[in-house]
Design a protein around this ligand. Structure first.
Ligand code: FBP
Length: 271
């Protein structure tokens, strides 16, 4: 009887510990259920020549926008997170560490290579990790399996996981269709992502369906190539109306001549 009681106690303590570790701290990277992230992994994804100028090629310029523009997180790859770690920590902007990536030089089936571990991300002070999956790619299976591992490890440490899910590859006929957008969103829920990041495909009704499909997984929208400010802000309004949690945007903000004024406008719409 005594042994049974002791075992029960240990079991309950372990379960409490497990439940505690499973509590994912979204509060660090969201405000009132909404979020605005500044994405800056384009140096790897696109190369500096296509996206950057003399100012925005400097990661410190981006960090300054993230801080003064009151972003809820800034997305960096491991290298920038290491080399600018002191400034990132000092800024207090939550670091979202992108764990995988690829360049745009290779034109075959897309696969995002794992470049950073969850342990390294934690050491670098990450408040969340990001991971890309190209749904429909020949390498989908590998990316899904890798995601499962990093999701397990991150959640054990209480770290939220943001999945960038983009339908892409030879088998995907229309990556920007309503069906594929909702499929990306739903995959985020099915695989255990806390937040799923999807592309903006140009209309509110499709985004609303994607938000529904994502269920309790929060959905954020990528910005894409820089648009005119009016068009971009209309997109932000639609994101708000759709019920999505917010945005994870890059070029539209840091390529803008006045990124802080634009950030204030986004924030006003979103929060
Ligand atoms: P943007 O808002 O600049 O489009 O950034 C969002 C993002 O998801 C980045 O994190 C990433 O580098 C880029 O888009 C990837 O875009 P693509 O794979 O379409 O070139």
């Amino acid at each position: 009887m005594i042994i049974l009681k002791l075992n029960m106690k240990t079991f309950l303590r372990r379960r409490a510990l497990l439940e505690y570790s499973m509590k994912i701290k979204l509060g660090k990277i969201m405000k009132k259920g909404k979020a605005m992230y500044l994405a800056y992994d384009q140096g790897l994804e696109h190369g500096p020549s296509s996206d950057f100028n003399d100012k925005n090629v400097d990661p410190l310029y981006i960090l300054d926008i993230a801080k003064k523009g009151r972003f809820n997180g800034v997305v960096f790859q491991k290298g920038i997170a290491e080399k600018y770690n002191k400034e990132i920590r000092r800024s207090k902007v939550p670091l979202i560490l992108k764990l995988n990536g690829k360049t745009r030089l290779y034109k075959g089936e897309p696969k995002s290579a794992l470049l950073c571990s969850v342990k390294e991300a934690i050491k670098l002070g990450a408040s969340a990790v990001g991971f890309t999956i190209y749904l429909g790619s020949k390498y989908e299976e590998e990316m899904l399996e890798e995601f499962a591992k990093i999701e397990r490890e991150s959640h054990k440490a209480g770290l939220p996981v943001i999945a960038w899910i983009y339908p892409r590859g030879k088998s995907v006929r229309n990556p920007d269709s309503r069906e594929n957008l909702a499929y990306a969103a739903r995959t985020g829920l099915e695989i255990g992502a806390d937040i799923v990041k999807v592309k903006w495909i140009g209309n509110l009704s499709d985004l609303k369906w994607a938000v529904k499909s994502a269920g309790r997984t929060k959905l954020v929208v990528a910005g894409g190539k820089a648009k005119g400010e009016k068009e971009f802000l209309n997109m932000v309004r639609d994101v708000k109306k759709s019920g999505a949690a917010g945005l994870a945007i890059g070029r539209n903000v840091w390529q803008n001549k006045n990124p802080l004024a634009l950030s204030r406008k986004i924030s006003k719409i979103l929060f």
